[in-house]
Design a protein around this ligand. Structure first.
Ligand code: DGL
Length: 257
């Protein structure tokens, strides 16, 4: 049986989901969070969908076997696109919240505007994203922007390095002056917000799905009577054998915007 004091697991392919964990902590300060980053297998976003699905399901099984969980937040757009339905089908007893690119927020704020969605190859090619896109493509012009290589730089801690800015110039250069908003459709990208802002300038609004995901998690817990008002706790685990990943994860948790 799920108990109030059980953990909320937060899962991502690596350190990216910590950008969602930061919102979760603000929205649900009395909860116990267990963060699991699968950095040993990152990046997920350039893998075949079947592999992402298998890795996600394996990570969820491991978490459920090792910890008492009352909810799971898939803080990874890629894993959500590839596997959220399978995770829900395998664990109907568990509250499962997935993240998706913040297109609704963009469409609400920029009717008739031009919105870029920067995300991984898996996210942009999956049916889930197509369905989302068709919900809003009459309200806004949506441009798909894959960003190969960016996740690797964030995983390596290079969130604001010259090479990160150089890669962003290459990726975003063709869109300069053409966007009203950019949706950061991968949870790693908010950590490179400063460099993205430098490349795009102040006129483009940056949006991500972290806050909406945290609100949805609170709503689901409240509905189930599982909200806890404790002292709050964060445990961080990572599949990488490199002990530096835990240091990098804690750095991301403390990073100023
Ligand atoms: N952080 C993940 C997302 O939100 C993907 C990173 C990866 O490619 O592993 O899509």
């Amino acid at each position: 049986m799920n108990e109030k004091h059980d953990y909320i697991a937060v899962f991502d392919s690596g350190v990216g989901g910590i950008s969602v964990l930061r919102h979760l902590r603000k929205t649900l300060p009395g909860e116990r969070f267990l963060y699991f980053g699968d950095s040993a297998n990152a990046p997920y976003g350039s893998r075949p969908t079947e592999e992402v699905r298998a890795l996600t399901l394996a990570a969820v099984e491991k978490l459920l076997a090792e910890y008492p969980l009352k909810a799971l937040v898939i803080a990874c757009n890629t894993a959500t696109a590839a596997a959220v339905n399978d995770v829900r089908a395998a664990h109907p007893e568990l509250i499962v919240v997935g993240i998706e690119p913040a297109l609704k927020v963009a469409a609400d704020h920029f009717p008739g505007g031009r919105v870029g969605v920067m995300a991984t190859e898996v996210t942009l090619r999956e049916e889930k994203f197509d369905t989302l896109l068709h919900r809003f493509d009459e309200d806004v012009t949506i441009l798909k922007i894959p960003a190969p290589g960016l996740v690797e730089l964030v995983e390596a801690g290079k969130v604001d390095a010259p090479e990160t800015e150089a890669l962003l110039k290459k990726i975003l250069g063709p869109y300069l002056g053409k966007l009203d908003a950019l949706v950061l459709g991968c949870t790693h990208y908010p950590f490179a917000r400063k460099a993205i802002r430098r490349v795009l300038g102040d006129g483009v609004i940056l949006l991500d799905g972290g806050e909406g995901t945290a609100r949805e998690t609170r709503r689901r817990l409240q509905q189930a009577g599982l909200l806890e008002n404790g002292t709050g706790e964060v445990r961080i685990c990572n599949s990488s054998p490199d002990p530096d990943m835990l240091r990098l994860s804690r750095e991301r948790l403390q990073q100023e915007d």
